[in-house]
Write a protein that binds this ligand. Structure first.
Ligand code: HEM
Length: 183
């Protein structure tokens, strides 16, 4: 994945647990890269190793690290110059998510090797919606859970997100139920 993603992992670990924790994470991950270049692609294995090592060093399940990372991504990408793009994605959660594939597509101008996921929404009501997530990558459902909670929070909503279908159970993609707790 692009260095921007690895930099966000670095930022999260460093801000919450300090630079020593990050040094330990990199060392455990066997990652010998001083500084990630945001616009350069790195093998996915680098990101997965960093998340695995962060889970060991911080004593948290990998799912929890990925969820926290998903929540962090929204503020990190906004801070790194993509805030306006996020603002243009609509004024409610279903619209925002429906725009996401187009946004990642547009981002290919800056990140030509981007391999983005695909998201769509269905069953939209005032109280909930279903999100369909398709990816070439495995194991990122907890990341999406964090992303969806953070996306709801952008619109002042508190959401509970559960994985209702998974490739682990033989489905061809993941489905998430997003229920507003403040409906
Ligand atoms: C506008 C700000 C955003 C930027 C700059 C951005 C950029 C990226 C980049 C660079 C990757 C790594 C993929 C690769 O390197 O091949 C990625 C992956 C991903 N992005 Fe975005 N993204 C943005 C917003 C979002 C939002 C708002 C969501 C969801 C609500 C999202 C969902 C994902 C997911 C789930 C992945 C993991 C890839 C996968 O599942 O296969 N992104 N994005």
């Amino acid at each position: 994945m692009y260095g921007l993603v690895n930099r966000a992992v670095e930022d999260l670990v460093t801000n919450k647990f300090g630079p020593d924790a990050w040094a330990e994470v990199k060392s455990r991950a066997g990652v010998d890269i001083g500084m990630f270049v945001a616009m350069s692609p790195y093998p996915d294995a680098v990101t997965y190793s960093l998340v695995g090592a962060a889970s060991e060093v911080l004593g948290l399940p990998a799912e929890q690290v990925l969820e926290a990372f998903g929540e962090y991504w929204m503020q990190y990408s906004a801070r790194e110059g993509y805030g306006e793009l996020l603002d243009l994605m609509g004024n409610d959660l279903p619209t925002f998510l429906a725009e996401l594939d187009d946004v990642h597509e547009r981002l290919k101008l800056s990140f030509p090797d981007l391999v983005p996921p695909s998201m769509s929404v269905s069953d939209v009501t005032d109280a909930s919606l279903v999100v369909h997530y398709r990816s070439d990558r495995a194991g990122l459902a907890p990341f999406v859970v964090g992303l969806l909670r953070a996306a709801a929070a952008r619109f002042g909503r508190t959401a509970e997100v559960t994985v209702t279908r998974s490739r682990d159970d033989g489905h061809d993609h993941e489905e998430f139920l997003v229920r507003y707790l403040d409906a």
